[in-house]
Design a protein around this ligand. Structure first.
Ligand code: PEP
Length: 251
């Protein structure tokens, strides 16, 4: 049985006090909603405030990115152990915005996953095709390339979460239909079964991300291979994010 996971990617939004306020509202609005893992990913500078606001509520804390070196002359970067020190248990890796604007490649994704696992951070690894890729019928080819490169030499999937995020659906208000999402999720699960093992395929949570809202979450989450959601815009609205958490019951 795969426990549902609802993760909020807060991107470059909210200072420390706004982060504290948002977490407080989410805790209040989701009181008693069990059977689902909730994770939030604020900016690096709000991690400490977020940790304090989360308290004993059980909400997980994620970094939006991670670097693979432990220390050294890497101006501007943050080491995996520093994220643990700041209270993170999770790290989003390979988000399409990192790939698009910051030169993230499957190779750097691979290094980041390994670095996260080494310090006990659970990676949420994003894959997804562009609109061009989908329209030219290359969705599976693109996803497979990202999986092969990103997970090179990684055989233990016990801590891994995969997020399927079609680039054309992120922040556009146009989500993949449940059928489109399910098709790719099933493809990813089959890839894990063939390349890692059946146990890993059965147990790995695969999240859908791309314009998930309170109004479309239930039909997406009803798909057999969709185990949760990675949510941008709607996760910044306490009422909407909390509604999605509440409607996510254990599979
Ligand atoms: C995201 O950034 O991961 C995302 C899915 O954003 P949105 O929900 O706003 O499409």
């Amino acid at each position: 049985m795969r426990k549902r996971l609802i993760a909020g990617n807060w991107k470059l939004q909210n200072n420390s006090s706004q982060t504290t306020e948002l977490i407080g509202k989410i805790i209040a609005l989701t009181a008693g909603a069990g059977g689902v893992d909730t994770v939030v990913a604020p900016t690096f500078t709000s991690l400490h405030a977020a940790r304090a606001a989360i308290g004993s509520s059980g909400i997980g804390l994620a970094a939006q990115d991670i670097f693979w070196e432990e220390k050294g002359a890497f101006t501007g970067e943050i080491a995996p152990a520093m994220l643990v020190d700041a209270g993170c248990q999770w790290a989003i890796i390979g988000h399409s915005e990192r790939r698009q604007y910051f030169g993230e490649t499957d190779e750097t994704v691979n290094k980041k996953i390994k670095a996260a696992l080494k310090v006990g951070l659970k990676p949420i690894v994003c894959v997804g095709e562009t609109l061009d890729g989908r329209e030219s019928g290359k969705t599976e080819q693109i996803i497979e390339k990202q999986l092969v490169g990103g997970f090179k030499d990684i055989t233990d999937f016990s801590q891994i979460v995969v997020a399927y995020e079609p680039v054309w659906a992120i922040g556009t208000g146009k989500n993949a239909s449940p059928a489109q999402a399910q098709e790719v999720h099933a493809f990813i699960r089959t890839w894990i079964a063939k390349n890692v093992g059946k146990g890993a395929a059965d147990n790995t949570r695969i999240l859908y991300g791309g314009s998930v809202k309170a109004s479309n979450a239930a039909e997406l989450l009803a798909c057999p291979d969709i185990d949760g959601a990675l949510i941008g815009g709607a996760s910044l609205i306490a009422d909407d994010f909390s509604a999605i958490i509440r409607l996510s019951v254990e599979k």
